[in-house]
Design a protein around this ligand. Sequence first.
Ligand SMILES: [Zn+2]
Ligand SMILES: [Zn+2]
Length: 79
Amino acid sequence: MSAVVEPPAADAGAAPFCAWCGGARAEGDHAACERRLATVDPPRHCPVCARRMVVQVDPVGWTARCSRHGESAGTNGFA
Ligand SMILES: [Zn+2]
Ligand SMILES: [Zn+2]
């Protein structure tokens, strides 16, 4: 039996949840969410578990921390 291993939090492209609204990526339209994430806004939800993350924005970028999956970081305009 081989179970599918969930990707790490950093691999947001394959993660099951939208990092902006926390909804399931397979349901609904997240084009607007992805546009925001690609331009001005840091993610607010963990893409792996959809928990709300603690987000800090600073002049050079942002860090977002999930209580289960740890910290991820990016820079402004990280499309
Ligand atoms: Zn979304
Ligand atoms: Zn998480």
